[in-house]
Ligand binder design. Structure first.
Ligand code: HEM
Length: 493
């Protein structure tokens, strides 16, 4: 039973749990802008997709994916994980399903506009929309999804008993799986590995993200046996992470021709960015949730802590969704050729972002101590990092030797250099070393992009800004205290 104080607390104005997910919108738009996917392509002889569609369709897909996650999450937590079916979660699942329905309708119109390069007003033609819905795989998927989601919207609002809760959650997961048949998986009709891995990937992402929102919503209003729900969700989240990473990597490997495409294509660069975020998210889940569910049991006043931590986690998850939609709208690379240059983004992410993510996940006291020679000369490590990036760029362009092996070696070398750099930076705030790498970033950009068609443009500027951002984040000193102290540090940040 809820105590008086918890009832009072639950009646106070609660911060929105969906707002942090909005971090994905700028991420999505910046990536697409950098790739030139938000400007009209004026190719002589070909019809032009209108600007309104280029902007609106990805935003609609992002809203659709978030609404999917919230429907799945609230249905699962309220109907299956809660000790008794929870009507409020049911209503939230129903509302999210309505948004999902609206997003599907909007998707139909903008897809017509994109595929036929029609102005949005002409795309509202019912005959053309009907043709899309009945004669294409994408259209049929939208129709089946629409019917299932409409069923969820009604059933979750009207009644949420144990059996209906399970049915709604299962139906939501089936509807979530369906887009696996479209997009890049649908290119190769009947490519079952791509379809299954993408379907499972999106289900895992939806359960994880939507489940977190629904669990925090449940816990912070002191609903019955909240700590039990929190612990059950921790187990579900762990399974989701494993499925998400495995299915994501399988799916990526089906579209990329080995490590070489990972470092030489834009598609590969977006995947590297997703891998960095996944590492950060695993850190959140591993370090805080375990700790929190334990402390929550002992002291119910930790709800504020839970909400704060989850807000950070949800912002990263929103960014991952933004990258995912951008990825789905990026053409997978063809077979790499020997002299394909590495992308500047891949070089930077492998050297700075992924190692920093790894460094921030592992508690300071478990990180191996820095060899003295490195600790004493952080500037030398910084110079090595910049030289390593230049060497990687040069070797990738030269295209000599076995391409896959060389790419693997270059990727491993960059990550190793990055780990060494962030280890040194963790021990002491070596500002000159940081400045050397920050100054080296545009130098590497110029070296890598010189002479390339479309090189040194807006994408280069955005990646440079991103890498400077990573350096600024990593410049914060790492505490050498216990895991608890590390958790407190994240909260105060
Ligand atoms: C190891 C990390 C990850 C890898 C390798 C990965 C890989 C992929 C790949 C290859 C696709 C298919 C894109 C296409 O159709 O071309 C995809 C889609 C997707 N991913 Fe991931 N992913 C990862 C992490 C995540 C995370 C952390 C989330 C969210 C929390 C996420 C959510 C999604 C979603 C929602 C889609 C579908 C996007 C859409 O079609 O609208 N992924 N991912």
């Amino acid at each position: 039973m809820a105590t008086t104080s918890s009832v009072v607390e639950s009646k106070q104005r609660q911060p929105s749990l969906v707002a942090p997910l909005l971090a994905g919108v700028p991420v999505l738009l910046l990536v697409l802008w950098g790739l030139g996917a938000l400007s009209e392509q004026d190719i002589p002889g070909l019809p032009v997709v209108p600007l309104a569609t280029l902007w609106s369709l990805p935003l609609d897909l992002w809203v659709r994916d978030i609404a999917t996650a919230l429907t799945v999450g609230f249905a699962l937590v309220g109907g299956v994980l809660a000790p008794r079916p929870d009507p409020r979660s049911g209503r939230n699942a129903s509302l999210a399903a309505l948004v999902w329905l609206a997003a599907l309708l909007v998707q139909s119109v903008f897809t017509v506009s994109e595929v036929l390069a029609l102005p949005v007003s002409d795309s509202l033609n019912p005959t053309i929309i009907w043709s899309l819905l009945t004669q294409t795989t994408l259209g049929r998927v939208i129709v089946i999804q629409f019917l299932i989601v409409a069923f969820i919207a009604i059933l979750a609002w009207v009644v949420l008993g144990r059996v209906t809760g399970i049915i709604i959650a299962a139906a939501a997961m089936v509807a979530t799986f369906l887009p696996g048949f479209t997009g890049h998986s649908g290119i190769e009709e009947g490519h079952s590995s791509a379809t299954i891995s993408l379907g499972l990937h999106v289900i895992a992402a939806s359960v994880w993200v939507g489940g977190l929102v629904a669990t925090v919503d449940y816990v912070r209003r002191s609903a019955p046996q909240a700590s039990q729900v929190l612990q059950r969700f921790s187990v579900v989240a762990l399974i989701c992470v494993i499925v998400l990473v495995q299915s994501g990597l399988i799916n990526a490997s089906l579209r990329l021709d080995g490590v070489s495409s990972l470092i030489t294509s834009t598609y590969g660069a977006v995947i590297l960015a997703k891998i960095s975020i996944v590492i950060v998210l695993i850190g959140f889940g591993w370090r805080q949730r375990q700790d929190l569910s334990r402390r929550y049991d002992e002291d119910g006043s930790n709800k504020r802590l839970l909400v704060q931590l989850s807000a950070w986690e949800l912002a990263w998850m929103g960014a991952a969704f933004g990258l995912s939609v951008a990825l789905a709208r990026t053409a997978p690379p063809g077979v790499p050729i020997a002299s394909d240059p590495a992308t500047f983004a891949a070089i930077g992410l492998l050297t700075l972002a992924i190692p920093l993510a790894v460094r921030s996940v592992v508690p300071a006291h478990r990180w191996p101590s820095t060899p003295r020679v490195l600790r004493e000369y952080p500037e030398a490590v910084a110079v090595l990092v910049v030289v390593g990036m230049v060497v990687a760029s040069t070797v990738a362009r030269a295209g000599t030797g076995n391409q896959q092996l060389v790419s693997l070696f270059l990727a491993a070398m960059l990550v190793a250099l990055g780990l060494a750099f962030w280890t040194v930076m963790g021990d002491r705030r070596a500002i000159p070393a940081l400045v050397i790498v920050a100054a080296g970033v545009p130098l590497v950009a110029w070296w890598n992009e010189r002479g390339l068609t479309g090189g040194l443009g807006i994408t280069t500027a955005l990646v440079t800004a991103l890498l400077w951002g990573v350096l600024a984040v990593g410049a914060r000193p790492v505490t050498s205290g216990s895991e608890d102290e590390a958790a407190e540090e994240v909260i105060q940040a």
